[in-house]
Design a binder for this molecule. Sequence first.
Ligand code: ADP
Ligand code: MG
Length: 555
Amino acid sequence: MPHTTPSPTELLASVFGFSAFRPGQKDIVDAVLGGKNTLAIMPTGGGKSLCFQLPALCREGITVVISPLIALMRDQVRALQEAGVVAGALTSGNTEEETDAVWNAIEAGTLKLLYIAPERLASSGTERMLKRAGCNLIAVDEAHCVSQWGHDFRPDYLRIGELRKTLDVPLAAFTATADAETREEIVTRLFDGTPPETFLHGFDRPNLTLAFAAKDSPRNQILGFAAARKGQSGIVYCGTRNKTESLARALREAGHSACHYHGGMEADDRRIVERRFQAEDGLIVVATIAFGMGIDKPDIRWVAHADLPKSVEAYYQEIGRAGRDGAPADTLTLYGSDDIRFRRQQIDEGLAPPEMKFADHARLNALLGLAEAHECRRKSLLAYFGDTEVTCGNCDLCETPPDLFDATTSVRKALSAILRTDERFGAGHLIDILLGNATDRICQRGHDALPTFGVGQEHSKPIWQAIFRQMMGQDLIRPDPERHGAFRMTQAARPILRGEANITLRRDTLKTADRRPAVKALVSEEDAPLLSALKAKRRALADAESLPAYMIFND
Ligand code: ADP
Ligand code: MG
């Protein structure tokens, strides 16, 4: 061993074989080397491992790496060993020889990186061992596991903060999950609330074109998108297994080379598709989200979503599979009211605890906000990840800025119809009320006598459907799965209803509104007495005087 430690840049080449740092890596490496507490947020594949592995080689003593998965540890340890670095892991999956080798290297003082699972921190022996072994840096991989807000919460990650205090060494945390709530929790739990040096890098993928479109005739929209990219490799993500099969068939009938892929297929059949996709040029895979993990094809030229993904994170990850080679790639995401209803229902009916459901609704809201963003889509997307310095010119909204209008009056009418019918109906029935359609169902319930009856004739039915969808998108209303999807008003709608706030909607996505048959009238069966509940609501509407006639709830 030479006496002077080689510089990080020298080690980058000599150990890792890379000629240059990726964006952001150098700054993070310098901060960690300088002994600062750091939090680095980089997208998956951004090169986070290097940011603690390289400093580990430059620093005296051992770096302990806390990682949530044995598979992740094994991959990293193997790669490090192949590069000639003395690294090891203590996991329940070790062979006796592996464990012996780790202890021997600790004894001999040669071990540079020690990977452990957070569960190991439960034993007090671990802390003592790390202290004795000369641990001088803690690296926390997948640091979002410390957050209850996310989906990967690992209770044992909560022990890391304690370990940091006991060992009194710097801590470097890494994650790809960048939403503000998760970051805040990481800072609280790992750093005792003292903000570490924070780095947020590399979320922009400038070679990807971003576009969303309201579902109009969804199959044709996907076929059209594929036709414009004939012969190029692409992925179409669908919400259901059935749809992957029918859409793949439609693409084949249109002359494309296409196949479907979902979790219900035999493992062998899935592998065949994976191999074909890797090997063939121009194959389209129509898939559920089961397709993706481990797909490492650099020249995927496009990704389309036939249905709305479940969150911004999922959206970002799925479109991110396109254009890994850096060459231009296109994306298109379709969304409609049915998607919003489907996703909300999925969340509400899921087994997650209430606070997690709340978080999931918030994540979906963020995606819906992105879908009907009012300005540059890339800016909206990256703002979500905390990245604010963005230049775009490569998204649908930069190309054609959306046409906005003040929709306060229409939205108030819709909210009024919802309240006057005691939040018991879905879009179909509400629109009939707004349009003044005296259907049997309306008359039976006496809804033709409501002051809201017929006040919305300035819009057609499809326009009203799009207004309801945008209202769902802005989370002013939510379908209630317990009541057959009847709309309930959220807190966010109250200021609008009270006349204290205005609301802007996009006109362009009204024009391409859902023209498919409305989801079946979502009427709850019981013919309950609406009146008493309505009266309570009326009283709740404080300053009724300032509102138009249809808004005034008199007895
Ligand atoms: P993350 O943990 O952020 O998802 P990884 O650390 O697994 O990402 O790195 C992703 C890939 O990028 C790995 O194959 C890694 O070898 C490669 N990589 C990392 N840094 C560089 C670099 N400076 N130059 C080239 N490739 C790099
Ligand atoms: Mg990683």
